[in-house]
Design a protein around this ligand. Structure first.
Ligand code: CUA
Length: 353
């Protein structure tokens, strides 16, 4: 409600003016509209208020309790302000005023904040608890500016299998993420599934994720980490357990041989141009570890950490305009290669499904 103040009638020399509240602009339609638009924006693949995981549901629950509390406090403050405007300043209400100031100004906030503190601490202990023993562990390292993801080898190998920029997990299970970074601090956050966790050089942090429904979600880096901080996203797919097992088995297999001529030429060019010094394509001579593992890169939803589709056009653009697409990236652009070579490389990479 918009309010204005103007002196009321009945003004006398020995009596201070009474004020009368008048309505100026009805503000509630704007507030209602704004609330509707805001709440409509809460859904989506990157929203902490559209939870699809246990951790995110706990955080969203806390958020709504905080919003509810804030609304109650706001209404109380508005009523108090209204009362202050209406009441007459004279009189012997000193005692009443003192108790109001102590009660509403100190006592009430202390009680409210203490209740929320206890609520929040209780939630925190639940959020940071490790996943139950036997849960799948996935190691993720924040690189500049992409995500190195290591899954346990479904064949029982001890070294695990390296993937990049995409995380898939089975619905209804507990997954323990082990997070780290070789150089700068990142923050691993899948808003729909869980809280965020820093990735700090020199230590391994943990995050438990327990997805409750299948779907496609988006993960982001939530800590400023350099020039392309805003260009490091990852896709998160929550799958049925049987689909997940089939996917992981496929990801653990070596790269398939190119089946057509442009892709075969691309495979040769890939090695001739030294791409294998930084990238691994399992089953070929490319065994570099600096950049993302590309064994099944064509099967991913996106490349370049969420910025381009994993299509021939996407790969071509990435290798041609790497530094323009992602400022500060460690991979050089290969735009100097002849057009047919770029086409062949793109065909090879897209075929690595
Ligand atoms: Cu990584 Cu911000």
């Amino acid at each position: 409600m918009g309010i204005g103040i103007r002196p009321g009638p009945g003004r006398t020399p020995d009596r201070p003016p009474r004020v009368r509240v008048v309505r100026v602009i009805p503000a509630w339609p704007f507030a209602a509209g704004l609330t509707a638009v805001t709440i409509a924006g809460c859904a989506g693949a990157q929203s902490a208020l559209d939870p699809a995981g246990r951790g995110a549901a706990l955080v969203a629950n806390l958020f709504w309790w905080l919003v509810g509390g804030a609304i109650v406090v706001w209404i109380a403050v508005v009523l108090l302000a209204y009362w202050a405007i209406q009441s007459r300043p004279e009189g012997d209400g000193t005692r009443r005023r003192t108790s109001l100031i102590i009660g509403a100004g100190a006592g009430f906030p202390t009680v409210v904040l203490a209740v929320y503190l206890v609520f929040g601490l209780d939630l925190l202990s639940d959020l940071v608890a490790p996943a139950p023993g036997g849960s799948m562990g996935i190691a993720v390292s924040g690189e500049q500016w992409w995500w190195r993801v290591r899954y346990p080898d479904p064949g029982g190998g001890t070294s695990g299998i390296d993937l990049a920029n995409e995380v898939r997990i089975p619905v209804g299970s507990s997954v323990q993420f082990y997070l780290q970074s070789p150089d700068v601090i990142h923050s691993f956050w899948i808003p729909n599934l869980a809280g965020k966790m820093d990735m700090t050089p020199g230590r391994i942090t943990r995050l438990r994720v327990e997805p409750t429904r299948t779907g496609f979600f988006r993960g982001v880096c939530a800590e400023y980490c350099g020039a392309s901080h805003a260009l490091m996203m990852f896709d998160v797919v929550v799958m049925e357990p049987s689909d997940f097992r089939a996917w992981l088995d496929h990801q653990a297999s070596p790269a398939r041989s190119p089946s057509n001529e442009p892709a075969r030429r691309g495979a040769t060019l890939f090695l001739e141009n030294g791409c294998g010094a930084c990238h691994t394509v399992r089953g070929t001579g490319a065994e570099g570890k600096l950049g993302p593992d590309l064994t099944h890169v064509g099967s991913r939803l996106r490349i370049g950490a969420g910025i381009l589709p994993a299509s021939e056009a996407g790969f071509r653009r990435w290798i041609t305009e790497t530094e323009r697409m992602k400022p500060g990236v460690h991979m050089p652009s290969f735009g100097m290669l002849p057009e047919p070579d770029l086409d062949a490389l793109a065909a090879y990479l897209a075929a690595l499904e």
